[in-house]
Design a protein around this ligand. Structure first.
Ligand SMILES: [Zn+2]
Length: 298
């Protein structure tokens, strides 16, 4: 690691300038969100300085997935997913399916998704969601790439639908897992991976997760910010704008390590090894410092 003091800008208060003891993979970063448009480069520099060396950019629809792919082409250490989020399932049609199929052929796209079911908000009807999800299960089977899944209040139905496809698809991760023990074991029985966010940093609603995190096998566990959403509620300093970002991932890892009763370093190493295998990232370490000089922008 280079000296972090010259790579951190003034945006993060001193108390929030974390540096993970081992490189981390943020498996869910919504960096194509409008809130990052102004300072994306600085956001990336803060991530590298925090030793968050690899970011999987979440593609939640065609537009965002294409933007994520473009970013991944420009920056080492960035990769993309491509899918249609259950909220937008009502827009699923054959044109979307063709666009997704083309995106899944891109080397920058390392997973199919974000897709799945969200019966909590039902921005699209359950029927529309199941139709779009079913089609994307088919695309995952076709491409052979792993799935990046979203589920809220729909664990039982998600499991049923996955069960029917399980032998045809590669690995799948339920990102931002927040459900109960029964749902967790249902997912583990299907041989799924689990993504944890800073949800368990929330003293109001993360309690049940704190008791559960120790039951997730290390070769099934990955970590993510889901930024700009889900800013951890117990950060040691206030953050202007309250926008979550990848540089804060070490705080979440520290919290999970605490509730698992294991060293932060070990957890960081294990989740990174799991993520690199899951997304089939090559063995080369993402060395941002070597590339900083001849910055590959444009
Ligand atoms: Zn999600």
């Amino acid at each position: 690691m280079a000296d972090t003091t010259d790579t951190f800008d003034e945006f993060l208060p001193e108390a929030l300038r974390f540096c993970s003891p081992a490189p981390l993979v943020d498996i869910g970063a919504n960096l194509t969100h409008a809130s990052f448009a102004r300072d994306l480069e600085a956001t990336l520099r803060r991530a590298w300085a925090a030793n968050v060396t690899t970011l999987i950019l979440t593609g939640t629809d065609r537009e965002h997935a294409e933007q994520a792919v473009a970013l991944a082409r420009r920056h080492p250490g960035l990769h993309a997913t491509a899918g249609v989020h259950p909220h937008d399932a009502s827009r699923w049609d054959t044109a979307q399916e063709a666009a997704m199929r083309a995106l899944h052929r891109q080397p920058e796209v390392v997973a199919v998704g974000e897709c799945g079911l969200d019966f909590n908000r039902n921005f699209s009807t359950p029927t529309e969601q199941e139709r779009a999800f079913e089609a994307q299960l088919g695309l995952a089977a076709e491409s052979g790439k792993p799935l990046f899944l979203h589920e809220r209040d729909a664990g039982r139905r998600l499991r049923e639908m996955l069960h029917a496809w399980r032998d045809d698809i590669a690995d799948a991760v339920v990102h931002c897992f927040t459900a109960d023990r029964e749902t967790l074991y249902g997912y583990l029985d299907l041989d799924l991976h689990i993504g944890l966010t800073g949800w368990l940093c929330d003293e109001r609603r993360g309690h049940h997760l704190r008791a559960l995190v120790g039951e997730i096998p290390l070769d099934r566990l990955m970590v993510e910010t889901d930024c700009p959403y889900l800013l951890p509620r117990n950060l040691p300093a206030k953050l202007k704008g309250r926008r979550h970002e990848p540089a804060l991932l070490p705080w979440i890892v520290r919290e999970i390590a605490h509730w698992r009763g294991m060293p932060e370093t070990e957890l960081a190493q294990a989740t990174t090894a799991t993520a690199r295998a899951f997304f089939r990232l090559d063995e080369t370490i993402d060395d941002h410092h070597a590339l900083e000089e001849g910055h590959r922008d444009g």
